[in-house]
Design a protein around this ligand. Structure first.
Ligand SMILES: [Zn+2]
Length: 173
């Protein structure tokens, strides 16, 4: 099965290095039993606003959840955050299913079309489009030439297999 840290890394892959680093620190705090943003900010010495921002980003990805309660003294709301490791696998599966669906569309398009490419490599289009351009690149006016896309098709099929296996390492990435 999938390894927890691998999944977290993948779910955070679009974040900046700093956000990633802070995310991992915050998850660690939650795992260690801290629950409020104040506690976390104090513990890892990151500004409260940054901690909150990261917590909401993690929430957005389903990695953490929160519970809101009113402080009986101050009447202010408190947020208790919780790391949700048992949800990770489902999230990543859903994400991979989405990738597979999109790859399948691309695959169909690649299989159903003939492609032409500029000899300078700056433009690629279908045969129909190439005809409209009179087989000249709309960017640099060089010749558009037929290209064999079987390698691209193989690559897409390989990726589909990879994500169908939920990124299993049995298939080389
Ligand atoms: Zn060109």
């Amino acid at each position: 099965m999938l390894e927890k840290h691998g999944i977290i890394d993948e779910l955070l892959e679009d974040l900046s290095e700093e956000e990633k680093k802070n995310s991992l620190l915050i998850i660690k705090c939650l795992e260690n039993g801290l629950t409020t943003d104040e506690e976390i900010a104090e513990n890892i010495d990151i500004k409260l606003n940054k901690v909150r921002k990261i917590l909401y980003m993690l929430y957005d990805r389903g990695i953490v959840s929160y519970r809101r309660s009113k402080d009986p003294k101050t009447q202010w709301y408190r947020y208790s955050w919780k790391f949700e490791p048992e949800k990770l696998e489902r999230i990543i599966k859903r994400k991979h299913e989405k990738i597979v669906r999109s790859l399948e569309k691309t695959l169909e398009f690649e299989k159903n079309n003939i492609f032409f490419e500029c000899e300078n490599g700056d433009f690629r289009c279908t045969f129909e489009e190439a005809m409209e351009y009179n087989f000249h690149c709309p960017k640099c006016n060089s010749k558009l030439e037929y290209i064999d896309n079987s390698e691209i098709i193989n690559e897409i099929e390989r990726k589909i297999n990879f994500y169908r296996n939920n990124g299993s390492n049995n298939v080389e990435e």
